[in-house]
Design a protein around this ligand. Structure first.
Ligand SMILES: Nc1nc2c(c(=O)[nH]1)N[C@H]1C(S)=C(S)[C@@H](COP(=O)(O)O)O[C@H]1N2
Ligand SMILES: [Mo]
Length: 246
């Protein structure tokens, strides 16, 4: 209530279009107070920065290392890798009006975004890479998310110790402009070690959230009953935070 009235006061002052008001102590007090309140409110919803920092080509790491699964030694995957993944599909399922099965060609024909960002792994290393792909938001728009969808689950082709890798995020990160289904790293098709042919880039989150070897994205209302319910492979077993914000 108090916040509303302070903001209303400032809005009124601005609409009055009066510059002199800005020189009075009362107005300064109002502005400072509102900024504090605004920062407080931002922290309440998670303290998220709007955009992750982007870098230039001069900042690129000479080699973007691979971590976690860095190869999928099955015959089926290796055959696809050699052929450029003609049969790979990204399934879009769950709480959507229009389930999709998207080929690499289709994903590459959508509007693309390229961004240079820093990847931070909790194991203590970082790397800067340039990623290209359609926004996840574009894909979710095509599939028409239902109103009861609250999370997006990312399914991967690899297993660690026999358990499929998976991840998930909320809609704020899923629809964020820097969240991509990337198919290129530094201008080249994704290398096997970095998740060929498709991996998530979710730039305000730590490395383990960036699911590689993507086979499906699924809109759900709850994470209960998916994996062990923690929202991701490492969240389920090592107690990593589900909200791995940087
Ligand atoms: N499918 C899958 N995705 C994954 C992992 C994995 O083992 N399997 N490892 C995660 C971790 S901990 C990190 S740091 C990054 C590593 O990405 P990179 O191999 O491109 O460096 O991928 C993440 N995504
Ligand atoms: Mo990591």
């Amino acid at each position: 209530m108090k916040r509303r009235s302070v903001l209303a006061g400032i809005a009124a002052a601005f609409t009055a279009g009066c510059t002199k008001i800005g020189e009075t102590d009362t107005f300064r007090g109002l502005v400072d107070g509102a900024e504090t309140l605004h920062r407080g409110a931002h922290r309440l919803v998670g303290g998220r920065r709007p955009m992750a920092r982007e870098f230039t080509v001069a900042d690129l790491s000479p080699d973007f290392r691979g971590n976690g699964t860095i190869a999928i030694p099955t015959d089926a995957y290796q055959a696809q890798l050699a052929a450029g993944f003609p049969a790979w599909r990204l399934a879009v399922t769950g709480l959507v009006e229009r389930p999709l099965s998207l080929s690499l060609d289709h994903l590459q024909a959508l509007p693309q975004r390229t961004q240079i960002t820093r990847h931070d792994c909790v194991e203590g290393w970082s790397a800067i890479g340039q990623w290209t792909g359609p926004r996840l938001a574009t894909i979710l728009q095509m599939a028409r998310l239902r109103e009861d969808a609250r999370y997006i689950v990312f399914r991967c082709a690899d297993t660690l110790a026999g358990v499929p890798y998976y991840e998930s995020c909320d809609l704020d990160d899923a629809l964020h402009p820097q969240t991509l289904i990337a198919h290129r790293l530094n201008g080249e098709p994704l290398p096997e070690k970095n998740g060929a042919p498709l991996r998530l880039r979710i730039e305000r989150q730590l490395g383990y959230k960036h699911a590689k070897y993507l086979t499906g994205i699924e809109a759900v209302a709850s994470l209960d009953g998916i994996g062990q319910g923690g929202g991701g492979y490492w969240e389920d077993r090592a107690g990593y935070q589900w909200y791995g914000g940087i």
